[in-house]
Ligand binder design. Structure first.
Ligand code: SF4
Ligand code: FES
Length: 282
């Protein structure tokens, strides 16, 4: 059953790739319309859409098209970006309704002659396509996303030690360390939409990334950090986070793996408590 499902998904992916390349090949040099969400509440402007015609070629990205519109048609368009190469995570926005990186989405991949660009959902809105990431980064910060190690003392040079990891050790967390904090998964998450205190897929997958790193010596504390009513148990496993992630992090997988450890840990803790209880009695 699982093998059949994997085969079906692989066939669909191959078909999608083929169609994508075909569309790119056939894409004529032409123009298209950007339908841009505009709102500047500070200036008392109510939300509306502006339609701007921009010239495109098949390798034009949505970010290129937006920057053209900003440079030549309307300099007041609010947009955030930096690297233009899917590394900094700043150009996230909804493109035709789906959270994507504007610099990583070619116009030729999209259907139709009109592209709708809107700010990411689940983030407080600032202006036009720009959203506020404070809450998102607070969740990230709360899972203590750094190696904690009580063996190495960076202050005392003679206590510094080497941490040898095998390729298998690295494999356990590598995929999760590709996260660029773009917030696309957070924007796609239906649980975040109903509970802003929920840590969200990005923070939880990073909790797993550090939990499973064998250089870290605080796994128990890490499990405690996510074991609360706004933590890991709020995830309904919709899987939309993994579907939109541009870096192949698969946050939903990280959450499920972390849950597995948490369940095992609780079971072990229970067993230890029972044993201690029995010892006391005997
Ligand atoms: S897990 Fe993926 S989608 Fe979420 S913030 Fe990291 S890179 Fe972006
Ligand atoms: S501009 Fe850096 S990820 Fe798009």
């Amino acid at each position: 059953m699982t093998e059949q499902l994997i085969e079906k998904i692989e066939t669909m992916e191959k078909k999608h790739e083929k169609e994508k390349h075909q569309r790119e090949k056939e894409y004529p040099k032409s123009s298209l319309t950007l339908k841009i969400y505009r709102a500047n509440r500070r200036a008392g402007e109510s939300p509306h859409y502006d339609r701007i015609e921009v010239p495109v070629q098949r390798w034009t990205t949505v970010l290129d098209a937006l920057l053209y519109a900003k440079a030549y048609k309307d300099q007041s368009i609010g947009i955030r970006y930096s690297c233009r190469m899917a590394s900094c995570g700043s150009c996230g926005m909804k493109i035709n309704g789906i959270p994507r990186l504007a610099c990583y989405t070619k116009v030729s991949e999209l259907q139709g002659r009109e592209i709708t660009v809107e700010p990411l959902s689940n983030f407080p809105h600032i202006r036009d396509l720009v959203t506020d990431f404070s809450q998102f980064f607070a969740h990230h910060h709360n899972v203590e996303p750094y190696i904690q190690n009580d063996i190495a003392d960076m202050q005392e040079k003679n206590k510094l030690t080497e941490f040898i990891q095998t390729p298998e050790d690295v494999d356990k967390y590598l995929q999760f360390s590709y996260c660029i904090k773009c917030g696309l998964c957070y924007s796609a998450c239906p649980t975040v939409a109903t509970d802003t205190q929920f840590a969200g897929p990005q923070a939880l997958s990073q909790a797993y990334r550090y939990f499973i790193d064998n250089r870290d010596t605080a796994p128990k504390e890490r499990l405690n950090l996510v074991d609360n009513r706004h933590g890991i148990w709020r995830c309904h496993f919709a899987g939309s986070c993994s579907a939109v992630c541009p870096k192949g992090v698969d946050p939903a997988l990280g959450i499920q793996l972390l849950r597995g450890h948490l369940l095992g840990y609780s079971k072990n803790e229970k067993k230890v408590a029972e044993l201690e209880e029995r010892q006391k009695r005997d």
